[in-house]
Design a protein around this ligand. Structure first.
Ligand code: ATR
Length: 289
């Protein structure tokens, strides 16, 4: 790509940012779309988020992604926040507008597009969601907003699941999220569920860890979706597959949260064909071609 006087800059703020795959997503998209745009990671130290956002605005930086640990903190420095991102309580994408940045959350919509691209639905589904942290909370919102029939939210710390359930149920006006202690999974009514793994358990290098190892649990699962993509196949996915379920990792969610951010920054629509070409590049990068 030729860098000239009209080249736009986007980037990522977080700490650390060295291992991010986002530059590959956005620079590949810019190449394919013929846009003169570069995407770079910016490590931002503790206490410097306000400076980073103000500095980016002063430099005319078109858009930023925001990652750990600043997804909540950054909200204090924005001109405007998309209502969905406000509900989720986390912003992962900033779009430059007149007078400051507008914050969005594309993680959730990214998961939705990833699921759609695998032919999975949420509307009318009975879902088991593992976890009640930041990621699982966003998934709970997604499931509630997109019309899931019921979501059993299992967490090690029951009170956290109860808090999320009260908040999400209150927001959508129906009792869709059912909070449970993880150990009570046998109480989930019989049937086949879409199970979404939204905890950090099983993430490399702890690839042998899993929240629930019991075969009886996986007998209730028709599809397992893990938000983790490293390792490529988590133990949760392995156990789901061993019981005859389909299983997916979180790489397409990462892909689509980036695709949606790119769409917001550039006012374009990225076709599934272009998105899947980027997916192949990502797979090659992490040795899964
Ligand atoms: P994230 O932003 O990735 O969601 P988080 O907000 O710290 O991270 O949430 C981590 C989730 O993983 C929580 O649901 C957490 O359970 P608790 O609420 O009980 O802490 C879950 N988790 C982390 N380590 C776990 C473990 N060893 N066993 C079971 N659950 C675990």
């Amino acid at each position: 790509m030729k860098i000239d006087g009209k080249t736009r800059v986007c980037g990522l703020i977080g700490n650390p940012v060295e291992h991010t795959l986002s530059p590959l997503i956005h620079n590949t998209l810019a190449d394919r779309m013929g846009h003169s745009l570069v995407y770079v990671p910016f490590p931002v130290g503790t206490g410097r988020v306000a400076d980073a956002v103000a500095g980016a605005d002063a430099l005319g930086i078109l858009g930023l992604n925001v990652t750990v640990p600043y997804k909540s903190e950054v909200t204090a420095y924005l001109k405007e926040i998309d209502p969905l991102a406000r509900d989720i309580g986390a912003v992962n994408t900033l779009v430059r507008t007149d007078g400051g940045y507008k914050g969005y959350n594309t993680d959730m919509e990214g998961l939705y597009r990833a699921m759609q691209s695998e032919g999975l639905t949420i509307r009318g589904e009975r879902i088991i969601l593992l976890g009640a942290g930041g990621a699982a909370r966003a998934v709970a919102y997604l499931c509630a907003v997109k019309g899931a029939d019921r979501v059993y939210m299992l967490n090690r710390t029951l009170s956290k699941a109860e808090e999320v359930a009260a908040e999400v149920n209150g927001r959508v006006g129906r009792q869709v999220i059912v909070p449970m202690h993880t150990g009570d999974y046998t109480m989930i009514p019989d049937g086949k569920y879409l199970a979404i793994q939204g905890t950090s358990v099983g993430l490399a290098p702890n690839a042998d860890d899993v929240v629930i190892a019991d075969d009886a649990f996986y007998a209730k699962v028709h599809t397992g979706f893990d938000l983790i993509y490293s390792p490529w196949e988590t133990k949760f996915m392995r156990l789901a597959r061993a019981s005859g379920a389909k299983a997916y990792n979180g790489l397409k969610m990462l892909l689509y949260q980036g695709v949606i951010a790119y769409e917001l920054w550039n006012g374009v629509y990225i076709s599934d064909e272009d998105a899947l070409a980027v997916y192949e590049t990502l797979c090659k990068q992490i040795g899964q071609a």
